[in-house]
Design a protein around this ligand. Structure first.
Ligand SMILES: *Cc1c(COP(=O)(O)O)cnc(C)c1O
Length: 415
């Protein structure tokens, strides 16, 4: 996609030249790693100024030049106003929910969300935040859940693992009318398929551990502000951060309360790995989307497969919505249900190329029986509400040669 930053360059050019254009030390092509925990000042007034809001570095819990360079790249990818990085995607989500919602506030969210996020929201509910789960594939269900205490709407672009697509634009338009904070977890689509700003999100959360880093060797998370939300009337924003443009207050508050106070900081080492990985995001995801489509078509036609959940298939309930939102690309995640008379564990043990592992958005194809693993704790009733069958496999499609992936499925299904 030809997302343009203000240099006029496209998505990949912008990422590749981001460090160089913000004057890297000694002309290095990559922003160097800055492992220092503390930052020294030769002028006491300068030290005080940085503590009082001037751009700069004081203590690495609140960021380093290495995390700042990555934040700059993510902001450019999202076409946003600013980004704060965290140790993991969950740390980023924790920062958003726990700093922006207070006892008595109401959150509307999708019933199709990542299991760990669902678990996090139960903790939030235990502290007195009201949480309503709705089927967010239809914006009307979100609207119907509104109450005077509603402060925030949270959805995922493509739900993991069911691949339901939230009615992103309609929800964004309604949140704008109602002046609600609209938070979109874009982990499965990445800004290459869909930018939060284009669906009128206020904040976008990305797990950098997945496609953004892409190689399964670094954890990270990010919150990006699109700059669309005016925080003036948002009561949870602490007094010291009600300064400067009210469109920036939310991110400042998240950075201070969520990063400085809660301390889920991204290490310089991980930030560097993720930044290097992000250079090939568009290349990797293009290949992963095309592999996923081929695999979905193959499996959909296979007699031993009961159902394939993939937004690229015409039979997917949100196929048209996904086609519009993601401009004819449908992501790298498949849900595959096998027919009843196949033993799921035996099938999995026959695979030779696909890796049995949790995680997604890797260059390698990973497969997981979800009801027995990540959704085990939830129990059969909640799984039924979320549409998770016992035989459901989550397949995160990588960049391998497609013939090898198809052959591996063929031999394991027929074996
Ligand atoms: C993995 C994931 C997260 C959490 O990210 P981590 O970096 O693993 O903490 C959040 N949201 C979605 C949709 C995810 O897939």
């Amino acid at each position: 996609m030809a997302n343009k930053d203000n240099s006029g360059n496209g998505f990949t050019t912008t990422i590749l030249h981001s460090d160089r254009r913000s004057s890297v030390e000694h002309g290095a092509i990559h922003k160097p790693l800055h492992p220092s925990s503390e930052y020294a000042f030769s002028d006491a007034r300068e030290l005080a100024a940085v503590f009082q809001g001037k751009k700069g570095f004081t203590y690495a819990r609140q960021g380093t030049p290495t995390t700042a360079a990555l934040e700059d790249k993510i902001t450019k990818m999202e076409g946003g106003a600013g980004t704060v990085t965290f140790a993991t995607g969950m740390a980023a989500l924790t920062a958003v929910f726990f700093t922006l919602l207070r006892k008595g506030d109401h959150l509307i969210t999708s019933q199709f969300i990542f299991g760990n996020t669902n678990s996090l929201l139960t903790t939030l509910a235990g502290l007195g935040v009201e949480v309503t789960l709705v089927d967010a594939t239809d914006g009307e269900n979100v609207k119907a859940a509104w109450r005077p205490e509603t402060r925030m709407v949270f959805v995922e672009t493509i739900a993991n693992p069911g691949t339901q697509i939230a009615d992103l634009r309609a929800i964004g338009q309604w949140c704008k009318e109602k002046n609600l904070v609209y938070v979109v977890d874009g982990t499965l689509s990445t800004p290459w398929l869909c930018r939060g700003i284009d669906v009128h999100a206020s904040l976008v959360v990305n797990s950098l551990s997945k496609h953004l880093g892409g190689h399964g060797h670094a954890l990270g998370g990010a919150v990006t502000s699109t700059g669309l939300y005016d925080w003036t009337g948002y009561e949870a924003i602490a007094e010291p951060y009600r300064k400067g443009s009210p469109y920036d207050w939310g991110l400042t508050h998240i950075k201070k309360k969520g990063l400085r106070d809660m301390g889920g900081t991204l290490s310089a080492d991980s930030a560097h790995r993720i930044a290097v990985g992000s250079e090939t995001l568009a290349l990797r995801l293009a290949k992963e989307c095309s592999n996923a489509m081929r695999l979905a078509q193959y499996l959909d036609a296979h007699p031993k497969v009961a159902k394939v959940h993939y937004p690229g298939l015409a039979g997917h309930p949100q196929h048209k919505l996904a086609d519009e939102l993601f401009q004819h690309r449908f992501g790298a995640l498949l849900g595959v249900e096998l027919v009843d008379n196949i033993d799921v564990f035996e099938f999995l043990n026959r695979l030779r190329v696909l890796i049995l592992a949790t995680h997604l958005g890797d260059t390698r194809t990973l497969v997981l029986p979800v009801a027995h693993t990540i959704y085990y704790e939830m129990g059969p009733e909640r799984r039924a509400v979320m549409g998770i069958a016992d035989s459901l496999l989550r397949v995160s499609v990588g960049i391998e040669d497609i013939e090898d992936l198809i052959e591996d499925f063929r031999q394991a299904l027929e074996g």
